[in-house]
Design a protein around this ligand. Structure first.
Ligand code: GDP
Ligand code: MG
Length: 308
């Protein structure tokens, strides 16, 4: 029996979204899935754990893996992020290389291009030029060639995740490249990422939004309580961990003003994601060197790579 007959023509598989921080991976995932499953931030590296986004249609089930960004291994956490990103590339059926077409390729794009090249034996690669709405027709041509040079043989497509441009075209292209296979997940399941983890990501994103460069990425969030009072109301208590006493002061702010702003933004985002009213309580605690402590990383939910 041929593969096509076995699954009646149905297609399914894993699509690793690879791209350096800030190219628009989370924005794309949110747009495709019509729901806030990935925290979008003006700061890079908000998405730190591997998560799935599942898009099911009559023809196919596309399982997106949003990989944490690739960056220099200065800390244990960074090394971990790199191994997670690479594992996702190896496991994928299709690699979606997302780039910021509004900028020329840099060293990070080149490194990623090389990594993709090294794993893509017989694996289709789609090069998606994101933020293309910012470019003139001439610029599009030039950028397209520059990025294509990093992944020769990749199928190229121009999109805008933000402006919803050519996203249907992207879905069609991905579906064409997927192998025949079964529907792995129920058709109404859109993520394997639980509400409480998304909430933690959104709180983190709110911290990064307001704190800008003052406390670069030394924040971890732990959800202490997640009580579903009823279908329309939930109570969340969370702790914001920082590495230094001085950072604690910055997160709390004068008279608690900063923490209040962070809490309000996070609450609105969580409400938008979950579609119910949220009561959010935030605490701040100093936990020295959490980034270099393997046991703490585990407690914050950063588990090692491997299968999906
Ligand atoms: P990630 O780090 O790759 O997940 O990137 P994000 O999805 O967090 O997006 C980073 C920034 O780029 C955000 O400010 C987005 O609004 C912006 N962005 C994403 N897609 C587009 C796009 O198509 N056009 C423009 N102009 N901006 C975009
Ligand atoms: Mg992201």
């Amino acid at each position: 029996m041929s593969e096509k007959n076995e699954y009646s023509g149905y297609k399914s598989g894993y699509v690793a979204i690879a791209g350096k921080p800030n190219v628009g991976k989370s924005t794309l995932m949110n747009k495709l899935l019509h729901q806030k499953v990935a925290a979008v931030s003006i700061k890079p590296q908000t998405t730190r754990k591997r998560q799935l986004g599942i898009l099911t249609s009559e023809k196919a089930q596309i399982i997106f893996v949003d990989t944490p960004g690739l960056h220099r291994p200065d800390y244990k956490l960074s090394k971990f992020i790199n191994s997670e990103a690479l594992a996702a590339l190896h496991d994928a059926d299709v690699i979606l290389f997302l780039v910021d077409a509004s900028q020329t390729p840099d060293e990070e794009d080149e490194i990623l291009g090389r990594e993709i090249g090294s794993v893509r034996t017989k694996k289709p690669v789609i090069l998606a030029l994101n933020k293309s709405e910012l470019l003139s027709a001439d610029e599009k041509g030039v950028r397209g060639e520059q990025y294509q040079g990093l992944v020769p043989g990749a199928i190229k497509i121009e999109i805008s995740a933000l402006k919803d441009k050519n996203l249907d075209g992207l879905i069609t292209l991905i579906t064409e490249q997927l192998p025949h296979g079964p529907q792995y997940f129920p058709k109404d399941q859109i993520t394997d990422y639980y509400e409480r983890e998304i909430a933690a990501d959104l709180i983190r994103a709110a911290c990064l939004y307001y704190l800008q460069d003052e406390i670069p990425h030394s924040i971890a969030i732990r959800i202490d309580e997640f009580l579903e009072r009823d279908e329309d109301n939930a109570y969340i208590a969370a702790t914001v961990f920082v590495e230094r006493e001085s950072h604690k002061g910055m997160v709390i702010g004068k008279g608690g003003e900063m923490l209040k702003k962070i809490g309000t933004l996070a609450r609105l985002e969580i409400e938008a994601m979950s579609g119910r009213k949220i009561y959010l309580e935030l605490r701040v605690k100093v936990e020295k060197n959490w980034r270099n402590n393997a046991a703490l990383l585990k407690r914050f939910g950063y588990t090692a790579g491997g299968g999906i």
